[in-house]
Design a protein around this ligand. Structure first.
Ligand code: NAP
Ligand code: 8YV
Length: 315
């Protein structure tokens, strides 16, 4: 008996391919290179990155699109839902890794550890010099978290032992959260001196970190982004860092990855990482497993494990 066909349209974690091949007929590459009969057999997709409306429409028999990553902004989930097609993502299994990265990036940005290491490697220490004292300290800061979802909550929990004050902005208040709530991002930015962004890429979050918000954060302000580059007006951020409108920034994500603007690369007060917040072997393996397990569960038991909110089935 022939097995169910699953399309892998582009590059994906190797473990996804290995595990998929245990249960499915895996078709790799662009479906436009396949004949109509082969395309018609594809019932599942495993994708890392983009799968737009046209790609969805090109597969007449597709039932489930399993997306690698918790952010599924590359997949047109609304369009899929309108056709009764399920989209799944990989929530929760990466919360700890991403929250740990946010804390590491925050400390690197505030205490300048990457710059200090470069200074040591350049031979300055043995010349009898001392690395300059960092301008900023985490001690006594008021940290605002923009997005208190699965990952934002883990970031907040990790911040508690640092004895900083913690506040947040989301559209929906979390009455049980022991942190200050601000119903607007502007009010949050005015109240805090440190802002961590961990919101998804949506039409509502586009360039919401703009000149006004950065100015509200102030000259001692530190901005950290582990959410999506889409959320930031990078021109305004580079200008704010250069002019001293804010003090420093730590960024794991960028507007047009992997293109990091020169105006950010040139700044000494920006710590820049290549979108690696979930990038450890164990966490990426767990994400890969969840991509495959969603397909296995759907085709085996008729119930996906982690459908996205737009999708027309209950979790
Ligand atoms: P989540 O559980 O869905 O949480 C999202 C949070 O953002 C919620 O608190 C939500 O609250 C808030 N939010 C959404 N839209 C908002 C808006 N317009 N204004 C204010 N708050 C808004 O998602 P998650 O699992 O924590 O992941 C968050 C995002 O992090 C992902 O979507 C992904 O883009 C990014 N991410 C990045 C990496 C990386 O490698 N750097 C890794 C993992 C995830 P309300 O709905 O109440 O507003
Ligand atoms: C991944 C992420 O790096 O989960 C997300 O939303 O941004 C990261 O964990 C990405 O999805 C893999 O390409």
């Amino acid at each position: 008996m022939s097995r169910i066909a699953v399309l892998v349209p582009g590059k994906i974690h190797e473990r996804v391919l290995i595990r998929l091949k245990e249960s499915f007929d895996v078709i790799e590459g662009n479906p436009s290179a396949l004949g109509a009969e082969a395309v018609g057999k594809i019932r599942g997709v495993a994708v890392s990155g983009t799968f737009d409306a046209a790609a969805i429409d090109s597969l007449p028999s597709v039932e489930l699109i399993s997306s690698f990553g918790v952010g599924y902004d590359g997949v047109d989930a609304k369009h899929a839902a309108s056709k009764g097609i399920i989209v799944t993502n990989t929530p929760d299994v990466l919360n700890d890794e991403v929250a740990d990265t946010a804390i590491g990036l925050l400390l690197n940005t505030i205490r300048e550890f990457p710059r200090a290491e470069n200074w040591l490697r350049a031979g300055n220490w043995k010349l009898g010099q001392n690395y300059p004292l960092s301008r900023f300290s985490l001690k006594g800061r008021h940290v605002g978290i923009y997005g208190l979802g699965r990952i934002g909550q883990e970031i907040a929990k990790r911040l508690e032992p640092f004895k900083v004050k913690i506040s947040y902005h989301t559209r929906t208040r979390h009455p049980d959260a022991p942190y200050g709530y601000y119903s607007s991002l502007k009010d949050l930015a005015e109240a805090v001196d440190t802002l961590i962004s961990i919101v998804p890429k949506t039409p509502q979050t586009h360039k919401t970190i703009n000149a006004e918000i950065l100015s509200a954060l102030g000259p001692d302000g530190v901005f950290i982004n582990v959410g999506r580059g889409w959320t930031v007006d990078e021109d305004a951020l580079a200008q704010a860092l250069k002019s001293g409108t804010i003090g420093a920034a730590g960024l794991d994500v960028f507007y047009d990855e992997p293109n990091v603007p020169t105006r950010l690369l040139d700044l000494p007060n920006a710590v820049l990482l290549p979108h690696l917040a979930s990038g450890s072997v164990p966490t990426r393996n767990a994400m890969a497993d969840l991509v495959v397990d969603n397909l296995v569960e759907w085709f085996g038991k008729g119930k996906p494990l982690t459908p996205v909110p737009e999708t027309p089935v209950e979790a």
